[in-house]
Write a protein that binds this ligand. Structure first.
Ligand SMILES: Nc1ncnc2c1ncn2[C@@H]1O[C@H](COP(=O)(O)OP(=O)(O)OP(=O)(O)O)[C@@H](O)[C@H]1O
Ligand SMILES: [Mg+2]
Length: 217
């Protein structure tokens, strides 16, 4: 798929979901991300993990259960190309985030800090050592409160869903306008409860035929 095809399919999917895609803003190992005109974002992914967990988050939010350190999910849909049989997933989320911290840009000590917190968080989750996570947060000086949202959000997610998100390199963490650190990439997580198997069948298909992406007849 080239960029103009990617633009076309994301634009069409966004429109069917009631949004307007505005510009591509990022690409990673599992997906592409577009800004929406209303300060939302749309991620297209060909892998099922993030859409399944996103749908679960949306269902929890619909029941009044949410956490500020996690993304607000508007909608999750799928589209299977009838020619190739390939499925793309579309996740519409609420907020366009700045990167929380880009430690590589300014100075080396901060970079070490980010590396350390990731290590401690990973070990903390793996070995059930909350004090390691708390230690990591303590090191962040005036950014402590923001980061606390993130680690509390991840703990909340683990309690609610069993999912342990572990891919926390710095560009996967965003900051809201209120200065809350939010995980913005849910594509890699340990799934002890079969979230993908349970939620994937519930992702509703998108009808993109009207957009000219599916050959007529
Ligand atoms: N909410 C957001 N606000 C602003 N930019 C975002 C947002 N979500 C994602 N991005 C940008 O899009 C890029 C790709 O998104 P994301 O990390 O979700 O994709 P990925 O393919 O899962 O990446 P990875 O290589 O980390 O697996 C991010 O690195 C970031 O630059
Ligand atoms: Mg990423």
């Amino acid at each position: 798929m080239n960029w103009s095809e990617t633009d076309a399919i994301v634009e069409a999917a966004a429109r069917e979901m009631g949004f307007e895609a505005y510009a591509d803003i990022g690409m990673g190992a599992t997906g592409v991300v577009y800004a929406l005109e209303d300060w939302g974002v749309m991620k297209m992914s060909f892998f099922p993990q993030e859409p399944a967990l996103s749908l679960l988050l949306k269902k929890l939010a619909d029941q009044g259960l949410s956490h500020p350190g996690l993304p607000i999910i508007r909608d999750v849909r799928r589209f299977t190309n009838p020619d190739t049989g390939n499925t793309a997933y579309f996740i519409a989320r609420d907020e366009l985030h700045e990167v929380f911290e880009d430690p590589g840009l300014e100075d080396a000590p901060v970079m070490q800090l980010w590396g350390r917190i990731l290590y401690q968080i990973r070990k903390g989750w793996d070995e059930d050592k909350q004090y390691l996570i708390d230690l990591a947060v303590e090191e962040w000086g005036d950014r402590k409160p923001a980061l606390r949202y993130l680690v509390d959000g991840l703990a909340w997610l683990k309690d609610q869903t069993g999912a342990v998100v572990y891919d926390l390199h710095s560009d996967n963490v965003g900051a809201t306008r209120e200065g809350v650190a939010v995980v913005r990439d849910l594509s890699h997580f340990k799934d002890s409860k079969g979230i993908v198997e349970l939620l994937l069948p519930e992702i509703q298909p998108l009808e993109l035929a009207t957009c000219g992406l599916v050959p007529a007849g």
